[in-house]
Design a protein around this ligand. Structure first.
Ligand code: SF4
Length: 251
């Protein structure tokens, strides 16, 4: 077996969370309430020089002025970053030059995001180009069903194709979801549905149960996928209750 070359810091070794109890840390609600949103918080977790602080700050401020929500990171996910993300520990034989900690890279807004401000806004899955209600069909047999507010994700991924529209303007209501379900039920060529958002595991349990039960009752569906980053960015959110709900409602 290969040797593990990097072990993340325990959260209590990080100044910002040194007084946090294990119970708080394992609580998804605590994780969401204490999400990292500012450079001031970030620099208590990782090493940044004055220039890096200023550039990240400039990026966040510019995007906020455009009405966007550019930065959200759960404490759990932030604790996985290497202490010096611009000089990450490398595998033996790899060159450190120009490497960046991958979790920093996918989570922290950097000035590259300001270069093409409108890219992705008019993307194929944007709200104006849906097939019917909350359903968007890109492939003959597969449909994406949008079920969440676009700011509902536990953490914001900088690589997200929807990240340019993370501005709180889209809340998929139940009418849209019902229309999407109707569209799927009336198209027997569809055998796969991606339940997505935002993050589909961040919606209310009631809504998730309703959607999974409705989809499960459509005879031509073979696959229901739940699009979520919760297992990665906030694994304490995947509770027995959630797993039981999925098991009961989707079969
Ligand atoms: S959780 Fe999904 S929808 Fe949300 S920012 Fe990340 S990739 Fe985009």
């Amino acid at each position: 077996m290969k040797e593990i070359y990097y072990t993340p810091r325990h959260y209590s070794a990080i100044e910002l969370w040194k007084d946090v109890t294990e119970q708080e840390w394992q609580d998804p609600q605590w994780q969401m309430k204490n999400a990292i949103r500012t450079v001031d918080q970030l620099k208590k977790i990782i090493k940044l020089n004055a220039y890096q602080v200023a550039e990240i700050e400039r990026t966040i401020t510019t995007l906020q002025q455009q009405g966007k929500e550019p930065f959200r990171m759960t404490p759990y996910y932030a604790s996985l970053m290497q202490a010096d993300p611009f000089h990450p520990k490398m595998l033996e034989g790899e060159k450190e030059e120009k490497r960046l900690d991958p979790i920093f890279w996918q989570s922290v807004p950097t000035p590259a995001h300001l270069l093409f401000p409108d890219t992705g806004v008019e993307g194929a899955m944007s709200e104006g180009s849906r097939s019917y209600g909350a359903a968007y069909q890109r492939y003959p047999n597969r449909v994406a069903l949008f079920v969440a507010e676009n700011t509902s994700c536990a953490a914001y991924c900088q690589h997200c194709q929807r990240s340019k529209s993370l501005d709180g303007s889209v809340d998929v209501n139940s009418t849209m979801i019902n229309r999407g379900l109707f569209y799927i039920s009336q198209n027997p060529n569809i055998n796969e549905v991606l339940v997505t958002g935002g993050d589909a595991l961040m919606i209310s349990k009631h809504r998730l149960q309703f959607i999974l039960e409705e989809l499960s009752s459509i005879p031509h569906l073979r696959v229901i996928r739940i699009a979520t980053r919760v297992p990665v960015v906030m694994p304490m959110g995947v509770t027995d209750e959630v797993l039981e709900l999925i098991k009961k409602s989707a079969n």
